[in-house]
Ligand binder design. Structure first.
Ligand code: FAD
Length: 622
């Protein structure tokens, strides 16, 4: 059945696997996606939403490089919000609420329309390994399929164990079986594996809820979108709603604590600290008498509702009784109870920056298998693994994004350098250059790179170049044009009475803190320029940021350049740290196991001190 050797086999059709398949196939590799269930390609296991703080930036980066997640999100969105708009642009984060079924359908259609992508539904039970190189996969039916590179994206499925109260059963997600065989084989080969845990809330029937008792949470008045390509912008949106738990709800939940796998020791692994279950919240923050619950529709044409903030693995009768006491949920009907799941992961320090494993050549890991949580984190790793698998088998230079180039670069560098002992999710605080890594400029940062490696298409590059040119010209216009006193608009004056110096250029006026592009557009010169040059909202946004934040951006660029000098000091492959006796014991052990590629990467390893870095620099003659 499979006589041909594929270039790349991707195992698993979740967010990581779907992006890996698309990337490898679009770059020209014959690619086979083997997944346990073809109906669940691109399935959102948990909340029906994409993006959010720092995660929204990642989706825009995936899009800028030529990945699909942004396009799929736009095509299946039911609501859009730009979060943190009141803060500086480094914090602006796009978030969409999605139609869960359409999201998966759009993924499946996108992949089926991708040349070079084949599909096969089965469980992969092992890898074919020759020496220290992967050469294919073996399925549970015993079929062997050969490939030059393999990307594993098994998500929460490896030896997955689902918990609801005192019941536990094997499964990779509710209603789907767990995957076995792969962990055992990899551990035999010498990989280290661990266990993590995550959880999900109940889904309920929206017709049984009383929305009059909740606060509506509408989308933005002028919704934007994720993709830099001309995908649809929402004309109609669905509201979410907000309600709260109460002391009574907490008391009812506590009644089930003795049957909670979280508290009776049955769940041993660590869950996402930033996405705790409701029982964890009321236990850890006992002084709080209420927690928010966001009621999120699961799509346009379904009554199913996701109860965000009520993730739980308490017994289903306890979940039901407690939820009935939440305002608006008095008559709630359950569709599915919440549950927790424990699964195997592989500490990501066993990977190179390309996401290839250090132990087995041409074998890549991406997504939750690397100890991350979240669709966006998974999708971006899948994209990078797919790209690098293709490049490696074609003997091309690997594609690595640096920490000052992309959140994706921060994510992968954190994972492979520091590892993670709890499910890793992205935050803006993890990026030291977040003023550079904004959602508005992901195309300017990354599309030329995506184009150069043969993933982003010419249309993308042209759109990006046009946007860049138009905003540079518009910034020059602000630098050249003087502010006309006779035009001083009463609104501008009321915002900033210092606007009386006729000799100021518009650039200086616009740089003043309270003034925005909307205010500038009230000046005739500006509005005439915008109309004459047919500038769209993306150009206006880019120009505004370039004018108002140029000082911060330049400062951060200088800092990044300084650090780049350390990034350029490379450490030879298989460097023998044992001969450097002046290194601390801890640093020597960590450096030996992680084998950093540059001094800069070495400096980010926990346990490696500035003194250890000096020792290395001296030894390397710097
Ligand atoms: P997945 O989306 O899990 O996809 C894995 C795919 O691999 C599946 O299609 C599966 O069928 C396939 N597969 C696995 N093994 C094999 C095999 N051997 N052979 C063939 N196919 C295989 N994220 C958050 O950010 N916040 C949350 O609160 C949150 N809660 C979650 C709760 C639950 C119960 C679950 C299951 C996940 C939760 N997540 C949450 C995580 C989020 O769903 C994942 O991070 C994301 O889906 C990971 O993407 P992935 O591609 O790595 O894996």
């Amino acid at each position: 059945m499979f006589d041909k050797e594929y270039d790349v086999i991707v195992v698993g059709g979740g967010h990581a696997g779907a992006e890996a398949t698309a990337a490898a196939a679009n770059m020209g590799s014959s690619t086979l996606l083997v997944t346990m269930n073809l109906q669940t390609i691109g399935q959102m296991s948990c909340n029906p939403a994409m993006g959010g703080i720092a995660k929204g930036q990642i989706v825009r980066e995936i899009d800028a490089l030529g990945g699909y997640s942004g396009i799929i999100t736009d095509k299946s969105a039911i609501q859009f919000k730009m979060l943190n708009k009141s803060k500086g642009p480094a914090m602006w984060s796009p978030r969409a609420q999605n139609d869960r079924m359409r999201f998966a359908e759009e993924w499946r259609m996108a992949l089926e329309n991708t040349p070079n992508a084949d599909f096969y539904q089965e469980m992969v039970s092992g890898l074919l390994v020759n020496g220290n190189k992967v050469v294919g996969v073996k399925t549970s039916l015993g079929i062997e399929i050969r490939a030059r590179a393999v990307v594993l994206t098994n998500g929460t499925f490896l030896n997955g164990l689902i918990h609801i109260g005192d019941k536990q059963f094997g499964g990779g997600r509710a209603g789907e079986k767990a995957a076995t065989g792969i962990t055992e084989q990899l551990v035999d080969i010498g990989f280290e594996s661990g266990r993590m845990k995550t959880g999900t809330p109940p889904r309920v029937d929206g017709r049984s809820l009383d929305y009059a008792k909740m606060t509506p949470q509408p989308g933005d008045d002028n919704p934007e979108k994720f993709s830099y390509l001309p995908t649809p912008i929402l004309k109609v949106q669905r509201d979410c709603h907000m309600t709260r738990t109460s002391q009574l709800v907490h008391d009812l939940l506590r009644e089930g604590f003795d049957r909670s796998p979280m508290f009776n020791g049955r769940i041993k692994s660590i869950g996402p600290r930033y996405c705790p279950s409701i029982e964890d919240k009321i236990n850890r923050f006992a002084d709080k008498d209420s927690h928010q619950i966001f009621v999120e529709p699961e799509g346009w044409n379904t009554v199913e509702v996701y109860v965000n903030g009520f993730s739980t693995s308490l017994p289903e009768d306890v979940q039901y009784k407690a939820l009935k006491s939440v305002a608006g949920f008095e008559n709630v009907k359950f569709f599915r109870p919440g549950y927790a799941i424990e699964y195997d992961y592989f500490p990501p320090t066993q990977l190179k920056h390309t996401l290839e494993t250090k132990l087995i050549d041409n074998l890549y890991f991406a997504g939750q298998i690397n100890g991350t949580t979240g669709y966006e984190e998974a999708a971006s790793q899948g994209l990078m693994a797919g790209i690098n698998a293709h490049l490696k088998i074609n003997e091309k230079e690997s594609f690595i994004l640096k920490r000052d180039e992309a959140y994706i670069g921060v994510l992968i560098d954190d994972l492979i350098t520091k590892g993670t002992e709890e499910p890793y999710r992205m935050f803006t605080s993890r990026a030291e250059y977040r003023t550079l890594l904004r959602q508005d400029n992901a195309d300017l940062r990354l599309t030329p790179k995506g184009y150069e490696i043969g993933l982003a298409k010419e249309e993308r590059l042209k759109r990006m170049e046009e946007k860049q040119q138009k905003s540079e010209d518009f910034v020059s216009f602000f630098r050249k044009t003087s502010f006309k006193l006779e035009e001083v608009n009463p609104i501008l004056m009321s915002l900033d009475s210092a606007l009386v110096n006729q000799s100021d250029k518009l650039f200086k006026v616009f740089s003043r803190p309270k003034l925005t592009m909307d205010h500038m557009l009230q000046l005739e010169d500006v509005s005439t320029y915008v109309n004459d040059h047919n500038l769209d909202s993306e150009v206006l946004e880019q120009t505004e940021i370039q004018v108002k934040y140029s000082g911060y951006i330049e400062k951060e660029k200088t800092n990044a350049d300084k650090l780049q000098r350390l990034e350029n000091v490379r450490i030879p492959d298989n460097f023998d740290y044992s001969k450097l006796k002046s290194l601390s014991f801890e640093a020597r052990e960590k450096l030996k196991s992680i084998q950093p590629v540059t001094i800069s990467q070495a400096s980010r390893i926990s346990g490696v001190s500035p003194a250890d870095i000096s020792v290395l620099l001296v030894y390397l003659g710097r």
